[in-house]
Design a protein around this ligand. Structure first.
Ligand SMILES: NC(=O)c1ccc[n+]([C@@H]2O[C@H](COP(=O)([O-])OP(=O)(O)OC[C@H]3O[C@@H](n4cnc5c(N)ncnc54)[C@H](OP(=O)(O)O)[C@@H]3O)[C@@H](O)[C@H]2O)c1
Length: 291
């Protein structure tokens, strides 16, 4: 039992946006396992087995009312790559409020405060829309080195991790710990009504991460430190320039020490400590096997 009580079923389904994504997919599994009805929203027909699928596209408002119909709570994953997600998210929040949704949990980022850029604008608006809310502000995901993230792809392809973080440290977090906090924030009887900066148990430099990955993968992986301008140009090959600039700026803030911290938020909300990077890598070692 945490200070917010033991999770209890919501009076209607939890609408999970980004249900196929890094945190959303893990959240859906956790909610279903705990017996909560889940509506899994995505652009594909049946995003997650076991949940009620609903077609949902941030850029197609015609899909929004059906997704919200009867929902008791929302998990909000912003549209990927948007520098101003408030443009599409705030009208959706207005609809949700009108539809009677009481609780919303927003996925933001540790370096983005309420009123800050990108999701910071949605964060600021959330308490005015819903009587019950929480904003999750995780540090960088451990999954960035194992999944479809550019870091994971370049580790697999070239054995290189390219950042503009220099020797700055980050307390990487397992997305499953974020999902665990999200499940509590969505279903605890006492609403959290706060933002949580979520970190893993230890701040590590990317040199240290490269060493850990090398050890588990059984082949050399090195950290290549580049300038902010070089990183921005790299990202801009695949992303809109403004978003590439935003991501490069976050790396420079890490270089300046902005992420060199750990919080006890995961333990406070879930009652257990967060997963370490070494344990996460050991558990996912198979992902580094050739082929
Ligand atoms: N990676 C990190 O280290 C990190 C750190 C802190 C915060 N964050 C934040 O975490 C969030 C998620 O990042 P992620 O990279 O892990 O992404 P993700 O959740 O794995 O993927 C994005 C999700 O959005 C869905 N989606 C894509 N376009 C959509 C659209 N137009 N309408 C509705 N849904 C759409 C995708 O589903 P379908 O394609 O199936 O529709 C997918 O489920 C981002 O806001 C990021 O800022 C990330």
């Amino acid at each position: 039992m945490t200070p917010y009580g033991s999770p209890s079923p919501a009076p209607g389904p939890v609408l999970v946006t980004g249900a196929t994504g890094t945190t959303g997919s893990r959240l859906v599994v956790r909610l279903l396992r705990a017996g909560h009805p889940v509506r899994a929203a995505g652009r594909r027909a049946a995003p997650v087995a076991g949940a009620e699928p609903v077609a949902f596209d941030w850029s197609a408002p015609a899909t929004h009312d059906a997704a919200l119909d009867g929902a008791a709570a929302l998990y909000l994953v912003p549209p990927p790559g948007a520098t101003d997600p408030a443009d599409v998210m705030l009208p959706f929040l207005d609809r949700a409020r009108r539809a009677g949704v009481r609780r919303a949990v927003l996925l933001s980022s540790s370096l983005v405060p309420a009123g800050g850029p990108a999701t910071g604008q949605v964060h600021r608006a959330l308490p005015g829309h819903f009587p019950e809310w929480a904003v999750l502000r995780p540090s960088w995901f451990m999954q960035n080195v194992t999944g479809g993230h550019p870091h994971a792809r370049s580790i697999r392809g070239d054995g290189v991790l390219t950042t503009a973080t220099g020797r700055g440290r980050v307390a990487f977090i397992d997305a499953d710990d974020i999902a665990a906090v999200a499940a509590h924030a969505l279903t605890d009887p006492v609403p959290h009504n706060t933002d949580w900066v979520l970190t893993g148990p230890q701040a590590l430099s990317y040199d240290e991460v490269a060493a850990l990955v090398s050890h588990v993968a059984g082949r050399p992986v090195r950290h290549r430190a580049v300038s902010g301008a070089e990183l921005r140009a790299r990202y801009a090959r695949d992303l809109p320039d403004a978003f590439a600039a935003f991501l490069a700026e976050l790396d420079l803030r890490i270089a300046g020490g902005a992420e060199d911290r750990v919080t006890d938020s995961v333990a406070r909300v879930t009652g257990r400590p967060p997963t370490s990077f070494a344990a996460y890598l050991r558990a996912n070692a198979a992902l580094f096997e050739a082929g």
